[in-house]
Design a protein around this ligand. Structure first.
Ligand code: FES
Ligand SMILES: [Fe+2]
Length: 459
């Protein structure tokens, strides 16, 4: 059975099938003009994943979300709500917060000391009586941005007229509720600077056509040949890949491949029991994980058998890729560079359930039972590095993603060639097509008008 592609509407008029089919011309990945259209029609209009709620857990906590040339402060205000503002002082526009995150009683601009409450209102202005056109404290506050929290993730929207996040995510919120991401612990926080357009990265994660070539190890633990793709409204996508199986394209092995052997050892399963019976492993793992979960204190009862064994990937428009298992979540986020369409910043957060291992019996739901236990009170450092660091082995985002990172630069470079005009996709690249179809829908709905830029400047 080959991959399947299914359009699924969200109901209430939110249709999955886009109005037209995009042509994937090289310029959409390489041109400044296209980048400006995206800024106007996508980045400033759609809900964006700004960061993790655990970084604004307490009143006074804040973090900064840099997106393109824009910078946004997300804070937990004194009254407990999460708020977001443009990171621009209302005095003369200085970028106020330069730290990635922190905690403070108030937000003070370092230039002339204007101080704001954590809800963005202006608290204190030095020499306030010297402002003859009116008291700033009575008139000014940091310019707000819409913010919502869902699943331990903070989302913002720069469009003051945007519909609520729930309308945008549709089915996604209900489907992902059993995973309880908000209870997970952050174990890695990484950013790699890449010489590739942000869409080149999104495309990479939206097809498995490349898997046999650059990730040959995958054939020994997941079935990418038969992936089920779903294509949703607003440009969202999902793919389901069966886990604890081998890729049937290469026949059925007599014994478990080494990666599967390693994967089942912490569950207390014996590879020898599956000699000559490799296709029975997936069902056995579904059952065994529930047993181990009961012993270690993790409840799988909210999950279907498929969810227990398989890998889901949610691709949320525009730039979020979530790889999801009950025990672990990867959130990946290619962010556009402020000025260069040939660059982006690729963030990856790794979150895990906080369930103790039983080292004595060799049991764990998240890998090596002898690994040091997670300490949820200590936030991991933010690792920032380059592609060259990955190639030299100084940093890793897992073998698979390191392999992707290796190739993205060459993808971007090839698209600049006079010898390349546009992509030619196959049916197993339907999520790539759907993503770009919806890029075009957003661009068409929000055309960039030169006079709009001028009038904004005059505001
Ligand atoms: S620019 Fe911030 S206080 Fe002057
Ligand atoms: Fe890949």
């Amino acid at each position: 059975m080959p991959q399947t592609n299914t359009y699924i509407d969200f109901g209430a008029g939110s249709l999955a099938v886009p109005s037209k089919r995009a042509t994937l011309d090289a310029f959409r990945y390489t041109s400044h003009a296209f980048m400006m259209q995206e800024w106007n029609a996508i980045w400033t209009r759609t809900w964006l994943l700004a960061g993790l709620a655990l970084d604004v857990a307490e009143p006074g906590d804040y973090f900064v979300f840099d997106i393109g040339a824009e910078s946004i402060i997300v804070s937990r205000a004194e009254n407990g709500t999460v708020a977001a503002f443009y990171n621009a002082c209302q005095h003369r526009g200085n970028r106020i917060v330069t730290a990635e995150r922190g905690a403070a009683a108030a937000i003070t601009c370092p230039y002339h000391g204007w101080t704001y409450h954590l809800d963005g209102t202006l608290k204190l202005v030095p020499d306030e009586e010297r402002f003859s056109q009116g008291l700033p404290v009575e008139r000014l506050s940091l310019k707000p941005v819409k913010a919502e929290v869902w699943a331990g993730l903070v989302w913002i929207n720069m469009d003051p007229d945007a519909a609520p996040l729930g309308d945008f995510l549709g089915l996604v919120q209900g489907q992902l509720a059993p995973y309880r991401f908000e209870d997970m612990v952050l174990v890695k926080d990484q950013t790699v600077a890449l010489d590739a357009n942000w869409k080149t990265c999104v495309d990479n994660f939206n097809e498995q056509y490349h898997v046999d070539f650059i990730h040959p190890q995958h054939a020994s633990f997941v079935d990418c040949r038969d992936a089920a793709n779903e294509l949703w409204p607003f440009g969202h996508r999902r793919v389901l890949v069966e886990g604890y199986v081998t890729n049937p394209r290469y026949g059925v092995p007599e014994e478990l491949p080494s990666l599967l052997q390693a994967a089942i050892r912490p569950l207390g399963l014996d590879a020898e029991d599956f000699r000559g019976k490799v296709p029975t492993l997936r069902k056995a793992v579904q059952q065994r994980k529930r047993e181990v979960g009961r012993e270690l204190g993790f409840d799988y009862s909210g999950f279907t058998d498929d969810q227990v064994s398989d890998v889901l990937q949610y691709d949320l428009f525009p730039n979020i890729i979530m790889t999801i298992k009950p025990e672990e979540l990867w959130v990946m986020r290619p962010r556009p560079h402020p000025t260069d369409p040939d660059k982006c910043f690729f963030d990856k957060w790794t979150l895990r359930i906080h369930v103790p291992a039983d080292a004595g019996r060799g049991l764990s739901l998240v890998g090596d039972p002898n690994a040091a236990p997670l300490d949820s009170s200590e936030r991991p450092e933010h690792e920032v590095f380059t592609r060259e660091d990955v190639i030299a082995g100084r940093h890793s985002m897992t073998i698979t993603i390191d392999q992707d990172i290796h190739y993205l630069k060459d993808m971007q470079a090839g698209m600049h060639s006079r010898g390349f005009t546009r992509a030619w996709l196959n049916e197993d690249e339907a999520r790539v097509q759907h993503f770009h179809d919806w890029v075009d829908v957003w661009l068409e709905q929000n055309p960039l008008r030169p006079e709009a830029r001028l009038s904004r400047a005059a505001e």
